[in-house]
Design a binder for this molecule. Structure first.
Ligand code: OAD
Length: 250
């Protein structure tokens, strides 16, 4: 693994416009469970709860079972070495943008300035009737589903299953994926489209694809040039320390 860390550090140090695509796995070391696999959210909660039709049919149930639960976990979470390492890479001028499927806001908390929230966020909610936006911390959970002064139900600014990715996020992500010279794909099972297509676009346009994941994915050995297997925080921390060392020598 040390060889792969050296290799990733060199590839990053040589890169001028790297992009990262992150998924739930990067936030596991911050105490947020992934969706799939052992201990994943979908083991305990029916994924139908994340479907927009379900939310519109029974918003109280979706707030109670899924949103309130996730909001509680996200509210406690702090960035880990994975998020912090990516912020260091942005400061060094190596990493241009983080495209994240996560709604937890931890990349911004770690200091990344350019983050595309591909699946939206839990930091803001909006009223289904008057469209008023309200910050997460001001949501009153004493009544479920929480309601706006106008009587409309609040929903998080995230993308439910069955909804489109916000057009500007999708366009910009595709553009950046096509232009990057290196893509770090961190902690995603790469099974949810269209996010999982971004590494394919990057690869087709000649970028190096480095995967960091606990397990092989459908990108491994196919789209990704190599996989560094293990915990994202530990691996990114080692890679970034090595990039900093290489930069001092140059
Ligand atoms: P998944 O839960 O599908 O995948 C998480 C990935 O992270 C898996 O490949 C794990 O092997 C890996 N992993 C777990 N712990 C890790 C660690 N400490 N370090 C590195 N890797 C680790 O999550 P996503 O791919 O993000 O969408 O899921 C994509 C989308 O599916 C989510 O954005 C969400 C979900 O349904 C919506 O809600 C629209």
């Amino acid at each position: 693994m040390d060889d792969l860390i050296q290799r990733a550090a060199k590839d990053l140090a040589d890169s001028k416009k790297a992009v990262a695509l992150t998924g739930a796995g990067i936030s596991v070391e911050s105490g947020i469970p992934p969706f799939r696999g052992k201990g994943g959210v979908w083991e305990k909660i029916d994924p139908e709860m994340a479907d927009i039709d379900m939310f519109m049919r029974d918003p109280a149930k979706v707030w109670q079972v899924l949103i309130k639960e996730m909001k509680h976990i996200i509210d406690q979470a702090k960035p880990n070495d994975g998020h912090i390492g990516l912020a260091r890479l942005e400061k060094m001028g190596i990493l241009r943008t983080v495209i994240t499927q996560n709604v937890d806001g931890l990349h911004q908390s770690a200091g990344n300035q350019d983050v595309i929230e591909f699946h939206g966020n839990f930091a803001w909610h909006y009223c289904l009737i008057c469209n008023k936006r309200i910050e997460n911390s001001r949501i009153d959970l004493s009544v479920i589903p929480p309601k706006c002064d106008c009587g409309g139900i609040y929903r998080p600014e995230c993308v439910f299953f069955g909804e489109m990715i916000p057009h500007h996020h999708l366009l910009r992500s595709k553009q950046l994926s096509a232009q990057c010279d290196l893509m770090l794909v961190v902690g995603t099972s790469a099974v949810v489209q269209p996010a999982a297509y971004m590494p394919v676009i990057a690869k087709q346009n000649g970028a190096k694809i480095i995967e960091i994941n606990m397990e092989k994915t459908q990108l491994t050995g196919n789209i990704s040039d190599y996989l560094i297997q293990g915990k994202a925080g530990e691996i990114i921390n080692k890679i970034v320390a090595e990039v900093e060392r290489l930069n001092e020598l140059r």
